[in-house]
Structure formats: structure tokens, C-alpha cells
Design a protein around this ligand. Structure first.
Ligand SMILES: NC(=O)c1ccc[n+]([C@@H]2O[C@H](COP(=O)([O-])OP(=O)(O)OC[C@H]3O[C@@H](n4cnc5c(N)ncnc54)[C@H](O)[C@@H]3O)[C@@H](O)[C@H]2O)c1
Ligand SMILES: O=c1ccn([C@@H]2O[C@H](COP(=O)(O)OP(=O)(O)O[C@H]3O[C@H](CO)[C@H](O)[C@H](O)[C@H]3O)[C@@H](O)[C@H]2O)c(=O)[nH]1
Length: 338
């Protein structure tokens, strides 16, 4: 069966394409290369022995999306990763985010609604929970007022899909990711942030290779055991596998709810200092860091209750934080030594 993976050359998308191909799916990728490179295709091919189909399309071009579905009219399953994802940039340029993350989604759904049956998987985020009152966070925790235009696009995206699924033949799964980190064990693919990384793990590994002088730890006065903020870091390969299981669920099972939502995390919270210590352990390096004030807009803690993903989806994260940090570190060294 042929599956469309939008944003399939990006960080999470490329790892998912690998897992889909390993499970025998035929994959066609749409990517506009705005945050990725065509070289990623080589990495996917090296791991799986198969080169996915690739269409360089910008999903903001409605006619290009229409033409794609005319050409690939056998596509009824879509995993939609393509989006802009930098929180800070979304505050500076909200319309760029609303256009890219919302119009692309609408154009895809407009094509899919014409099918007699269609499956849609959406990359959402734990950002929809804001600072949840109770830890670990369950899927029925209230969605809070978005703290950024980026976060808002995820909330609006979920609503657009839910409204559409009600009145069409589209069934959907909304996957709320916690903090994806790490790289494929082959180090053929991994995360390639442009410029100075905003996320913790790439900043740590870039500091490890000497590209950054020191890590700033944003706040050590949080009400957490060691004072630093807590997140649920999930290995990207575990995350990728969840997409294959979600797709199989949509394809195989009848009488599912039209839209289902799952948290994808490990269920374990780790503080910034614990992540640093994990890096130091797996790299056998001391990481230079300084304590700085809290970063604006950051929450204290977020980690997932994974019962629903474990019991209903039938998926569980298997890899540890140390394994994720080791793979991220191996990947960083490979990228820098090229
Ligand atoms: N990485 C995270 O921390 C995280 C957390 C929660 C949710 N998400 C969501 O998961 C998805 C994938 O994230 P990622 O980390 O792999 O990001 P990424 O930037 O590595 O991948 C996104 C890919 O989409 C492509 N793309 C963007 N706009 C496009 C367009 N208009 N047309 C065609 N291609 C386009 C980019 O070139 C890139 O290859 C995104 O929707 C993101 O919002 C990511
Ligand atoms: O240089 C850094 C970078 C991050 N951190 C800390 O490390 C933790 C994790 O930060 P990340 O930026 O890696 O991840 P966030 O949880 O802040 O961000 C995630 O959640 C956001 C919403 O809260 C968005 O969804 C975003 O895309 C997603 O990566 C936070 O406590 C942050 O303050 C540092 O101390 N120093």
C-alpha cells in the first residue's frame, strides 16, 4: 500500500519513512526542503535498501497538491509532518505559521475527502496542554489557550481534522508528541537544526563537539526535585514506530472512533540536569554549562501518561534517555566530521 508522508525528509518524518519501508509500505514523500535536504533520501536508502518516491512540492500551493493526488490517485493514507515548528519564530511571524501549518492541512484534507475511504495521521504536540495541572498528562487533560502561534496551529489543526472527519470518509489519529530526541542507530539520519538550536538536546551535542561554548540552563528555581524544568524525552525511533502502528490501526480496524488522540512519550519526566548527566555519561565528556534565568514561555514540567497509547494503540516506548543521548551524540560527531 502506498502512503504519503509529508515532511518525510525532516527529522521525525525521515525516521518514520524508514519504519514504514521496513514494514513493507510503499512511501511517497512530499517535502519542499525548507528545513531538510534531498541527501536524507540517501540515508533512508542506506538503511532500508529502498529509495522512497519523492515529490518536491510546497504544500502551500493548492494546485500542486491537487496535481499530486491526480498523479498518485492510489494514495488514501497520509502521515502529515510538514509544518514550521520554531516557537520563537512563530511569535515573530505568525502569518507564516498560520499559512504554512493551516493552509497545507486544509488542501490535503480537501483532496482526501473525495476518496471513499481515507486515513490521516497528524503531528500534534504536548504544547496543546500548556502547563497541565496534573502529572502525568492524560489525553483528556484540558487543552489550554495556546502560548504561541505555533502551538495555536496545532490546536486549530486538531479542530479542523475533527470537524472534517465528522462529515467525510476520513478517519484520523492525532498524535501528541512530547519531546522527540535522538537519531537512528545507523547514524544515517538524524536531526539537522538550522543555525543555533533552540532545543535542549541539539544544543548539548553541539556544545559537546565544541561548536557552542557552553549550554545555558534556563532556570534552576522551578518547583522540581533539582530546580530545573522537567520534560518527557522520547527517542525518535520509538516515535516513528508509533506512526506505523497508528496507520495499521486506521487501515485494519473497523468501527474505530472517527478521530482518536494519543500521547506519545515515555511516561518518565527528566530534568535539564538529568539530561546533561545522561549526556556526560554516554559521551564520557564534561559538559560546560551556566545557570541562566528561566526562558520566557517555558512551563515547569510535562510528561505523558502513556496508558492509552500502551493499551489502546498497543505501542510502548522502548529506548531509554541514555540510548537517545548516545545516538544523538554519535550523530552529531558524524555530521561535524563530514
Ligand atoms: N520536533 C519536535 O520537537 C516536535 C514536537 C511536537 C510536534 N512536532 C511536529 O512534528 C512534525 C515534524 O517535526 P520535525 O521535528 O520532523 O520537523 P522538521 O522541520 O525536521 O520536518 C518538517 C519537514 O516538513 C517540510 N516542510 C515544511 N513546510 C512544508 C511545506 N509547506 N511543503 C512541503 N514540505 C514542508 C520541511 O522541509 C521538513 O523537511 C511537525 O509538524 C512538528 O510541528 C515536532
Ligand atoms: O539551551 C537550552 C535549551 C532548552 N533548555 C531547557 O530544556 C527544556 C527543554 O527545552 P526544548 O526547547 O528542547 O523543548 P520544549 O519542551 O521547550 O519545547 C517543546 O515544546 C514546545 C511547547 O512547549 C514546542 O512544542 C516545541 O516545538 C517543543 O520542542 C526546557 O526546560 C528548556 O528551558 C535549556 O535549559 N537550555
Amino acid at each position: 500500500m502506498k502512503v504519503l508522508v509529508t515532511g518525510g525528509l525532516g527529522f521525525i518524518g525521515s525516521h518514520t519513512v524508514v519504519e514504514l519501508q521496513n514494514e513493507g509500505f510503499e512511501v511517497v514523500i512530499i517535502d519542499n526542503l525548507s528545513n531538510s535536504s534531498e541527501d536524507v533520501l540517501k540515508g533512508i536508502t542506506a538503511i532500508t535498501g529502498k529509495t522512497p518516491l519523492f515529490e518536491k512540492i510546497d504544500l502551500r500551493e493548492k494546485s500542486a497538491v491537487q496535481d499530486f493526488f491526480k498523479k498518485h490517485n492510489d494514495v488514501t493514507g497520509v502521515i502529515h509532518f510538514a509544518a514550521s515548528k520554531a516557537v520563537g519564530e512563530s511569535v515573530e511571524q505568525p502569518l507564516l505559521y498560520y499559512e504554512n501549518n493551516i493552509s497545507s492541512l486544509v488542501y490535503l484534507l480537501q483532496e482526501l475527502q473525495q476518496k471513499s475511504e481515507a486515513s490521516f495521521i497528524f503531528s500534534s504536540s504536548c504544547t496543546v496542554y500548556g502547563q497541565a495541572e496534573k502529572m502525568p498528562i492524560t489525553e483528556d487533560a484540558p487543552v489550554q489557550t495556546a502560548m504561541s502561534p505555533y502551538g495555536n496551529t496545532k490546536q486549530i489543526g486538531e479542530e479542523i481534522i475533527t470537524d472534517t472527519a465528522k462529515v467525510t470518509n476520513i478517519s484520523a489519529i492525532l498524535l501528541r508528541y512530547f519531546n522527540p530526541v535522538g537519531a537512528h542507530e545507523s547514524v544515517e539520519i538524524g536531526e539537522l537544526p538550522l543555525g543555533v538550536p533552540q532545543n535542549l538536546v541539539p544544543f548539548i551535542t553541539q556544545t559537546g563537539v565544541g561548536l557552542r561554548q557552553e549550554l545555558s540552563v534556563f532556570g534552576n528555581d522551578y518547583p522540581t526535585p533539582d530546580g530545573t524544568a522537567v520534560r518527557d524525552y522520547i527517542h525518535v525511533v520509538d516515535l516513528a514506530k508509533a506512526h506505523v502502528i497508528a496507520l495499521q490501526r486506521l487501515l485494519n480496524k473497523k468501527n474505530l472512533a472517527k478521530v482518536e488522540t494519543f500521547n506519545l512519550g515515555t511516561g518518565k519526566g527528566s530534568s535539564v540536569l538529568e539530561v546533561i548527566h545522561s549526556f556526560e555519561k554516554v559521551s564520557d565528556k564534561k559538559l560546560p554549562y551556566v545557570i541562566k534565568p528561566r526562558r520566557e514561555g517555558d512551563i515547569t514540567e510535562a510528561y505523558a501518561n502513556t496508558d492509552k497509547a500502551n493499551n489502546v494503540l498497543g505501542w510502548k516506548a522502548e529506548l531509554s534517555l541514555d540510548e537517545a543521548m548516545a545516538s544523538a551524540w554519535k550523530w552529531e560527531q558524524k555530521v561535524r566530521n563530514k
